[in-house]
Design a protein around this ligand. Sequence first.
Ligand code: ADP
Ligand code: MG
Length: 147
Amino acid sequence: RSLLYFCRGQVVRGFGCGSKQLGIPTANFPEQVVDNLPADVSPGIYYGWAIVGSGDIHKMVVSIGWNPYYKNMKKSMETHIIHTFEEDSYGEILSVAIFGYLRPEKNFDSLESFISAIQGDIEEAKKRLDLPEYLKLKDDNFFQVPK
Ligand code: ADP
Ligand code: MG
């Protein structure tokens, strides 16, 4: 079984830390969704598939935790969908299926090293999700959005 965790929730506004300005927008889940994560989910960066509304399935990386770089006080779950969207998706339902863990959260001493770590995560996620075991999970029924 590859699925670690599946969840779905409305995309809300984040702390406006400017991920988008860094070229790496992250769709934030509301507090209730984050609070419902199993207590044993380790903070860190994960990869899997994501869908906005009833759109196409895309690769994603998701960060779960307290984001040491931004010294967040509250646990957050932020998904970067590896796709270029024409429009924002605030208010839409984001579904994510998490399959694997990439690395723990860590602090970075510069914005440059922070960004390049995320770009490394994205490249790694893209590569892993091309494996047949993950490609076939794209058709799994956990993405069947109720009409
Ligand atoms: P916020 O602090 O409100 O989360 P961000 O700078 O992180 O702002 O931008 C996130 C928003 O950008 C998302 O909520 C979504 O509406 C939009 N967005 C556009 N492209 C993407 C993408 N590829 N992945 C995630 N969110 C995206
Ligand atoms: Mg964000």
